[in-house]
Design a protein around this ligand. Structure first.
Ligand code: WT7
Length: 566
């Protein structure tokens, strides 16, 4: 028996108040995610239960109980308050996947701050754009990442504190302060800030086609969706050992790498290390992991290694597998059945939706290649791209649209109400993805409806890459697109026109790649640079990435009547 039971039954008379009741929440009560993920679990008698089993690259391991989570998040909350940080302040977590990242997230929420997690591999430009946009008041980081912050500090007058969790070494500088969680006096009791349903909780930056990344702002009430989807889709149960591959720099790593499991009182494993087939399988074997939330790129990498490697390990503890972030190809679903005796369940959602919205719930027959059906309480359809009316016929491609109003939906883009409002058409929230529906109501993903590049499940904005390319002295103009890739689905390819006096060369190629890797991130780094004389533009001077993309993918170019240089 699964937690959700019968999908059909759950659709009838579904109401989110069911999750409210399970959490003991009544409308108008304070609701604080940090409290729900630690204090409440202790109140339910699970203070001694393991919450986090953490391991790093070297095999160092640490274990924290829910009681530890409670006290240590209090300790961080109280420390932040002591620094003069106040409810509503944006506090950035710029950390590898160390315990302080997970516990700090709860601590920030407990003192009423808005948690802004950022991927620690971000370079100074990516970091600057997001800290500047959010007017972030403090950053919690590690010594090894401080140099990147120092480079941009003078342009960030609002940034008051850089909290370094491993301060040993050369003296700290301007605005930097050391804080060691394991040495700080433990704070048994902290008056959790009485945030209410609509109080801002988390700010996650995500990329679009135009402009710099936008901060999707979530609220504490998102817990209702995150708790229930973790229970019904990930099928989390009290004795589970759960593992989520995602970094909390991305929404999967917070919604289902922190809030989902812990609000359900479930033990999770965190591995602070990159992908390696052997390491991953030994982790599953060692901890007897039962529920695994992964991503298609990782699954394709495991597929490459074959089933023989999987057989070398005892993976019999696995009970339920889920995937997110990019299309899960049918072959991957079939292969996982062969390799692990279990199928991966696809889940579809976005930074903006805050929780899973279309999915294969356990027990529902999986059609390999399909994303499944709407989660109960979610009204989803496919609409015509011009009229935004639902498409009645099946198998016709349109835009995925959701009826607004589920608990974890983002409430705005930070400081960008206009773009937020532009996401709604004809009473629907438009996800920006293309799909079709079949006769059984299953969704079939087709592709994105914009120029955003999805590499290994991570969205990269072409504008951000192009802006960074223009900072390189040799680059006159540029365009960034996604190019097909067998493992990552897409990788970044850049087209570059050089300034007079510069010649294409292998050295310049490498130099530009590294320039982007350092300024933005390894993911944003172009895997290929094509030097061109000029770029296709519209008469008004806008670069037509669509033309370059169609060439790369061998697709029809479409309407180019507005093209200038043809
Ligand atoms: C975009 C959202 C959701 C957490 C991680 C990504 C693509 C997501 C699927 C899926 C096909 C998917 C979409 C979506 N995407 N899940 N199951 N099948 N595509 O969050 O960074 O906001 O990206 O990822 O294009 O819009 P995100």
């Amino acid at each position: 028996m699964t937690n959700i039971g019968s999908y059909a039954d759950r659709l009838t008379n579904f109401d989110w108040s069911l999750a409210e009741r399970e959490l003991g929440y009544r409308k108008g009560d304070p609701i604080n995610i940090g409290w729900y993920c630690s204090d409440r679990i202790c109140q339910l008698g699970m203070a001694e239960k393991k919450a986090l089993i953490w391991e790093d690259f070297h095999g160092t391991s640490k274990t924290y109980t829910f009681g530890d989570l409670r006290v240590l998040s209090n300790t961080i909350a109280s420390y932040l308050t002591g620094l003069g940080l106040a409810p509503g302040d944006r506090i950035c977590l710029f950390l590898d996947r160390v315990p302080e990242l997970y516990i700090g997230f709860l601590g920030i929420l407990k003192m009423g701050g808005i948690a802004q997690p950022l991927f620690s591999a971000f370079g100074e430009d990516s970091l600057f754009t997001r800290l500047d946009n959010a007017k972030t008041a403090a950053v919690i980081t590690q010594r090894k990442h401080v140099a990147k912050i120092r480079k941009i500090l003078q342009q960030l007058p609002e940034l008051r504190h850089i909290i370094v969790i491993d301060p040993d070494g050369p003296p700290l500088r301007e605005r930097e302060i050391g804080f060691r969680l394991d040495q700080a006096p433990r704070v048994e009791n902290f008056a959790v800030h009485p945030t209410t349903a609509e109080s801002p909780s988390v700010l996650h930056y995500t990329s679009g086609t135009t402009g710099q990344p936008k901060g999707a702002q979530h609220v504490h009430y998102s817990l209702i969706s995150q708790y229930l989807t973790a229970k019904w889709v990930l099928d989390l149960r009290p004795d589970d050992l759960y593992w989520c591959n995602a970094d909390p720099g991305w929404v999967t790593g917070t919604s289902y790498g922190i809030i989902g499991p812990w609000s359900n009182g479930v033990t999770q494993v965190v591995l602070d290390a990159g992908f390696s087939t052997e390491r991953w399988y030994s982790l599953i074997q060692k901890h007897r992991i039962t529920v695994w939330y992964s991503a298609p790129t990782a699954i394709r990498l495991l597929m490459r290694e074959g089933t023989a490697v999987a057989r070398k390990y005892n993976l019999s503890s696995l009970r339920h597998l889920c995937s997110v972030g990019e299309p899960l190809n049918a072959e991957a679903v079939l292969w996982s059945k062969e390799a692990y005796g279990l199928q991966f369940h696809d889940t579809y959602w976005q930074t903006e939706t805050g929780s899973i919205v279309i999915t294969n719930v356990p027990g529902m027959p999986i059609k390999p290649g399909s994303m499944g059906r709407p989660f109960p309480g979610i009204t989803a359809t496919v609409v015509d791209p011009k009229t935004f009316e639902p498409i009645e016929s099946t198998a016709t491609v349109g835009l995925i649209a959701l009826r607004p109003g589920w608990p974890s939906m983002f409430r705005t883009y930070w400081n960008n109400r206009v773009t937020y409002e532009g996401k709604f058409k004809n009473g629907w929230y438009i996800c920006g993805d293309r799909a079709s529906l079949d006769v059984d109501g299953y969704f079939w993903f087709v592709g994105r409806d914009d120029d955003v590049i999805n590499t290994g499940g991570h969205l990269v904005g072409p504008f951000e890459i192009e802006s960074a390319l223009l900072e390189h002295p040799a680059v006159a103009e540029s365009a960034a697109i996604g190019k097909p890739d067998a493992v990552n689905m897409e990788v970044v390819k850049a087209f570059v026109a050089l300034k007079p006096g510069f010649q294409p060369s292998d050295e310049l190629d490498l130099e530009i790649m590294n320039f982007i890797r350092k300024k933005l991130s390894p993911l944003a780094m172009p895997q290929e640079i094509e030097f061109v004389k000029s770029l296709p533009k519209t008469r008004s001077g806008k670069i037509m990435r669509r033309v370059l993309r169609a060439q790369e993918w061998g697709e029809p170019i479409g309407d180019i009547s507005t093209l200038e240089n043809d």
